[in-house]
Design a protein around this ligand. Sequence first.
Ligand code: 13P
Length: 248
Amino acid sequence: MRRKFIAGNWKMNGSLAANAILLNGLKAEIGRPACAVAVCVPAPYLAQCREELTGSPVAWGGQDVSVHESGAYTGEVSGAMLADFGSRYVIVGHSERRTYHGESNELVAQKTVSALKAGLIPIVCVGESLAEREAGRTDAVVGAQIDAVLSMLDVGDVGKIVIAYEPVWAIGTGKTATPQMAQDVHAMLRSRLAMKNADAAETVQILYGGSMKPDNARDLLAMPDIDGGLIGGAALKAADFLAIIKAA
Ligand code: 13P
């Protein structure tokens, strides 16, 4: 049985004061969750997360990682730096990075390898645009995204990643994939994993992301291959994030 995993992606939101309210709200109510929980935060707030969340059931991590280990790469954050602040996870290949920063499938694959080298668990994001879905290209696009990553991983490392399927048209739009639409893509992703490492395919958590909210989480999470959620907007309010954690 795969353990469910609910991760918040704060994107470029937060302040010391707002984060303190959110994190304290989570800590006060979370109890002993049945699922794994994490927040992926802007790098400047990793220290605050370490301070606030150490000893709690909530892990933390970054939203991007450099392919480089150190050196003259202004603005970049290395995997070792994320790990230095106690990060367990890092998001790689979010569609906002693919779209606004031109991240290619190959770069995302390299970042996945970088994260693993630093001892982090990469949350590898994949997903198609609306135009690609309407053209019937979802499997081709998402398949190519995951295959690029798998082609760069050692067989033994396949089980060390988390995947997040985030249809671009569902992110921040209030439009959610139906549970069946998401399930179909998740099953396709798992079959791609199985081609590389059949045992790992059974254990890798595949999260859904894209307007997951307290009122739709339960139905999505009931699908056999949906192992959790990567939550944007609803992760910024303790009550909403907690409700999704409860649904899991
Ligand atoms: P929303 O939950 O705001 O749609 O964002 C999803 C997302 O992009 C998480 O990475």
